[in-house]
Ligand binder design. Structure first.
Ligand SMILES: NC(=O)c1ccc[n+]([C@@H]2O[C@H](COP(=O)([O-])OP(=O)(O)OC[C@H]3O[C@@H](n4cnc5c(N)ncnc54)[C@H](OP(=O)(O)O)[C@@H]3O)[C@@H](O)[C@H]2O)c1
Length: 270
């Protein structure tokens, strides 16, 4: 039978399903290593975008354009995989639900979020390119694994790991959306400065949007129980915890009236 283009690309890359499955596991372990290296690097330098953007990391890509283009592969690569290959495992309920969680996040992140940004800083070219590469890498790893290879025990959707993980994913997603909404509304159209975020989870932590996203992917990892989902959750934790701590310090240094009881990332604790 005539192969569609996506299948031809995969057939050129992998000689067998076993080889691709092995590669997907290696990608998961490699992302754990990358998370470790990133953790060390972030002890010395903030991720250079937003308020920490710097011309040392290349020419500025306008904020909305950068977010739209860099996040789009996280949607298009998985779409091509699901529509362009026999993604047989999506017929199974746990696989289908996990793929749906992934798409739910990235439809919003790539097609909605960029167009809602108000006065966002330009992203340095190096950060932009790294984000594009990460979105392709992770999009392929998550959705190819779930749609083609992941096998869950019978009744997995009623297992506590799946139920608690899915609930965490959903709560985290809502907190992330609500917190990004609060940040956006701190600025009137045309404004670019910073104000103290108030309301929602920001009453407890400076990195409310980051706490939401970390919770989201930790829940996804619990529900999916794979090296692919766990490594993504770990990478997200490393990047966004560092960003939450940096933002917290930044707020304390800029605003004398910054709420003293507010923590960086974990309410009442840290
Ligand atoms: N999964 C992952 O690994 C990962 C990695 C990175 C980001 N993300 C997600 O992507 C989203 C955006 O991340 P981000 O790092 O850009 O978040 P951010 O630094 O909190 O900024 C989000 C937006 O709000 C604006 N903003 C932030 N604080 C503000 C304040 N105090 N007053 C007025 N405007 C303010 C920013 O403008 P400026 O651009 O002008 O600062 C930016 O447009 C978040 O939901 C995050 O969870 C996920």
């Amino acid at each position: 039978m005539e192969r569609v283009p996506v299948e031809r690309v995969l057939a050129a890359l992998f000689s067998s399903e076993q080889q691709e499955r092995f590669c997907l596991d290696c990608m998961g372990f490699l992302l754990v290593v990358i998370a470790g290296v990133t953790f060390v690097a972030l002890l010395f330098e903030n991720v250079p975008y937003g308020r920490y953007a710097s011309s040392r990391f290349g020419f500025p890509v306008p904020g909305k354009v950068a977010w739209f283009v860099q996040e789009l592969p996280a949607l298009l690569v998985p779409l091509a995989l699901v529509l362009g290959t026999p993604a047989a495992r999506t017929a199974r309920l746990p696989n289908l639900l996990l793929v749906a969680m992934y798409f739910c996040h990235y439809v919003q992140r790539s097609l909605v979020y960029p167009f809602l940004i108000r006065g966002g800083k330009a992203t340095p070219f190096a950060s932009f390119v790294l984000a594009v590469v990460f979105c392709m890498y992770n999009g392929y790893m998550q959705v190819r694994y779930l749609s083609r290879y992941a096998e869950f025990p019978a009744g997995w959707v009623t297992h506590p790991c799946f139920i608690i993980g899915s609930a965490l994913w959903f709560v985290g997603w809502l907190v992330n959306l609500h917190s990004d909404h609060i940040l956006r509304n701190l600025r009137q159209p045309g404004e670019t400065g910073y104000k103290i975020p108030r309301g929602g989870v920001f009453e407890y932590v400076s990195g409310a949007n980051f706490l939401g996203e970390i919770t989201e992917w930790a829940g996804f990892a619990l529900a999916g129980c794979s090296v692919q989902s766990a490594s993504f959750a770990l990478f997200t934790l490393v990047v966004l915890a560092s960003r939450a701590v940096a933002h917290h310090r930044w707020y304390l240094s800029k605003f004398e009236d910054y709420p003293k009881s507010r923590k960086a990332l974990i309410p009442f604790v840290f």
